[in-house]
Ligand binder design. Structure first.
Ligand SMILES: NC(=O)c1ccc[n+]([C@@H]2O[C@H](COP(=O)([O-])OP(=O)(O)OC[C@H]3O[C@@H](n4cnc5c(N)ncnc54)[C@H](OP(=O)(O)O)[C@@H]3O)[C@@H](O)[C@H]2O)c1
Length: 265
């Protein structure tokens, strides 16, 4: 029998939802029946998306993904959306992030702090806050409704450059190596409590990422000519929905998703 990929009743939070992979994930989750709290810095883009997807099940919380106050506001908004009795988000997608062109020697040092703060600190703070709320939610429930009675997921976006050292985006790659280590450590901590922490490691996905990172468009055109077609954001979104739709006792830990013709990284 075909697997049922409905996410009806799931209560999601997605960071970096104004563009690229996070935007596609939001659309896919909502299409499968999930309610969604969406975050990014561009408030008007989030407001338009919430309107398009139906304001009732989608709530925008604009702001910086590494700001603890914004993180709390996202998780509070999920409780508000959840209805009565209130419950915590059960699907948190830690997606907001940015790249940076260049090596340790020639990348723009003025952008290092933002890359580290967004990709590492933002991910760690969200992971911790979401996990603590899920654990409290589990502890407050009757034993029959505790893990693995119903799925609770945290899905974090890593990268193939967080697994294979890349000389053309070294500082960005270093942030993703940090994220991979953090996720695997926390997976071991959270799994026994019934929380599935999943790392998704995409290869080349065409999005705003390349422009924000400062990649030379001619270089990226060459990459696409050599290994294309590269992934589109909905390709990653389908994978995230597949992960979240597994039965509660099944945990897809760690998935690499690349364009078929991508050889490296
Ligand atoms: N594209 C790829 O080839 C690729 C490959 C592997 C992994 N990834 C990872 O996948 C994730 C998404 O990338 P993408 O390709 O979708 O990039 P994208 O198109 O540039 O989208 C990035 C999203 O993150 C948000 N964002 C960035 N900084 C933020 C901050 N400080 N606070 C809140 N939101 C912030 C952006 O929104 P605002 O600008 O509105 O804040 C945007 O919604 C990232 O973690 C990236 O490292 C991407």
């Amino acid at each position: 029998m075909a697997q049922d990929l409905t996410l009806r009743g799931r209560l999601a939070v997605v960071t970096g939802a104004s563009a690229g992979i996070g935007l596609a994930i939001t659309r896919d989750l909502v299409a499968r029946g999930a309610s969604c709290v969406i975050n990014a810095r561009r408030e008007s883009v989030l407001a338009d998306l919430a309107r398009e997807l139906g304001d009732e099940g989608v709530r925008a919380v604009p702001g910086d993904c590494a700001d603890p106050g914004v993180i709390d506001a996202m998780l509070d908004a999920a409780r508000e959306v959840s209805g009565h009795p209130p419950r915590e988000a059960d699907l948190v997608v830690v997606n907001a992030g940015r790249g940076l062109r260049g090596s340790v020697l020639d990348s723009d040092t003025a952008q290092w702090a933002e890359v580290l703060r967004t990709n590492v600190l933002g991910a760690a703070l969200m992971l911790r806050a979401a996990a603590n709320r899920m654990l409290a939610d589990i502890a407050a429930r009757a034993p029959a409704d505790r893990a693995p009675g119903r799925p609770r997921d945290i899905v974090v976006l890593g990268s193939t450059v967080g697994r294979h050292v890349s000389p053309f985006s070294s500082m960005y790659g270093a942030t993703k190596f940090a994220v991979h280590g953090m996720v695997e450590a926390a997976r071991r901590e959270l799994g026994p409590g019934g929380i599935r922490l999943t790392l998704v490691e995409p290869g080349f996905v065409e999005s705003e990422f390349q422009g924000v990172a400062g990649y030379d468009p001619a270089w990226f055109a060459q990459v696409k000519a050599r290994i294309g077609p590269v992934l589109a954001p909905p390709d990653v979104a389908r994978l995230v929905s597949f992960i979240a739709a597994q039965p509660p006792h099944v945990h897809v830990n760690d998935v690499v998703i690349r364009p078929t013709r991508q050889d490296y990284p």
